[in-house]
Design a binder for this molecule. Structure first.
Ligand code: ATP
Ligand code: MG
Length: 332
């Protein structure tokens, strides 16, 4: 059976981008067709300046939202990365496989280190080595597929390179995974700045739709989205990135392809109105289910505990094999 792994960082409140690019597909498609693991990858949240209490709160909130979005613990494994020691154990071997040059080439490292410096913060070494830990997250489970938004494709490519290099040097140990992206809304853009991705850790919330935003706030954010010059509603991501983003969101919410949808609208205003309503309706059941689950944190904790137990069992033999392959003496 196909093995799937994917994760989300507790670096901020989950956004519409996280939902359309990742979580919705995990719930609607992936958990039904494969043996799937979904992780709150909390160690990755420590690569930038963080508030301990906030990370803890956001970790539980992310888990609750993942369940609210429809992940079913009877069908898939939901767990917290730091609960499974195999990830950091394997990460070290992958740091010994990756090169300094290839880690420095990662776009996310470049972007996030620039952002840290601009905020007067120093750049943590873990921001550079992050992709080795992410590769460990994936390779520890002999993962075949990694469903992610477009922005993570480069990291999955690096994971493939590391797996191939390791296998070549030390003998077949890892499955070489591949990234899969959603057909539409693989990169939801910030509503106030359609040249940059909607990211949960970004400063300004005005262009970011959070899954737990009040309905009126969602409507207001969509209605105030930056659109482009001209009046014609066309699907042209280069010339009209703001309009294209709205069309992609609308398409992801309700079906239909963005170019066809463009033909339906006479004005930016009516496109925004329909997009706002479509997003509100999309999020309504997730919010309702979140409210129910949030009232019972004991249930969420139990799911995470059982998930971690299952994940530990799956990862242990793979990581043991990797330790032996590189020449470390078995602990006995
Ligand atoms: P951060 O700003 O901390 O990097 P993020 O919003 O990018 O947060 P991640 O935890 O890095 O979220 O990614 C979780 C998943 O959501 C990944 O599969 C990622 O590709 C996807 N994702 C993130 N942002 C978007 C987006 N704007 N559009 C589509 N998918 C996205
Ligand atoms: Mg990200």
């Amino acid at each position: 059976m196909t093995r799937i792994f994917s994760g989300i960082k507790p670096t901020g409140h989950l956004t519409l981008g996280n939902y359309l690019g990742a979580v919705r597909r995990w719930a609607e498609v992936d958990q039904h067709r494969a043996d799937a693991l979904f992780s709150i990858v909390d160690l990755h949240a420590l690569t930038v300046e963080h508030d301990p209490a906030r990370v803890r709160r956001l970790s539980r909130q992310a888990a609750t939202l993942m369940l609210a979005a429809g992940l079913d613990p009877a069908r898939c494994t939901v767990f917290v990365q730091s609960h499974v020691g195999a990830h950091t154990r394997l990460s070290y071997l992958l740091e010994c496989t990756a090169t300094d040059g290839e880690l420095r080439r990662m776009i996310q490292y470049k972007e996030k280190s620039v952002r840290a410096k601009a905020a007067g913060q120093s750049v943590r070494v873990s921001l550079l080595t992050y992709p080795a830990l992410m590769a460990a997250d994936i390779l520890a489970y002999r993962t075949d597929e990694v469903p992610v938004g477009d922005d993570q494709t480069q990291h999955v490519e690096l994971t493939r390179d590391l797996a191939e290099r390791f296998n070549l040097r030390y003998g077949p140990t890892f499955t070489v995974p591949r990234a899969t992206n959603p057909p539409v809304a693989a990169r939801v853009m910030d509503l106030q700045d359609p040249s940059s991705k909607m990211g949960k850790s970004h400063e300004s919330g005005a262009g970011i739709i959070y899954l737990l935003d009040e309905m009126d706030v969602v409507r207001r954010k969509v209605m105030r989205a930056v659109t482009d010059s001209g009046r014609e509603v066309e699907y042209d991501p280069v010339a009209k990135p703001g309009v294209a983003n709205l069309l992609e969101i609308l398409s992801a919410c309700g079906g239909g392809n963005p170019s066809e949808l463009a033909g339906v609208y006479e004005s930016y205003g009516s496109l925004k109105q329909d997009t706002a309503e479509a997003v509100v309706e999309l999020l309504r059941p997730v919010r309702a289910r979140h409210a129910e689950l949030a009232a019972d944190p004991g249930h969420v904790d139990k799911v995470l505990k059982e998930g971690a137990e299952r994940a530990r069992e799956m990862a242990r033999p793979v990581v043991d094999a990797a330790y032996e392959a590189v020449g470390l003496l078995p602990a006995g």
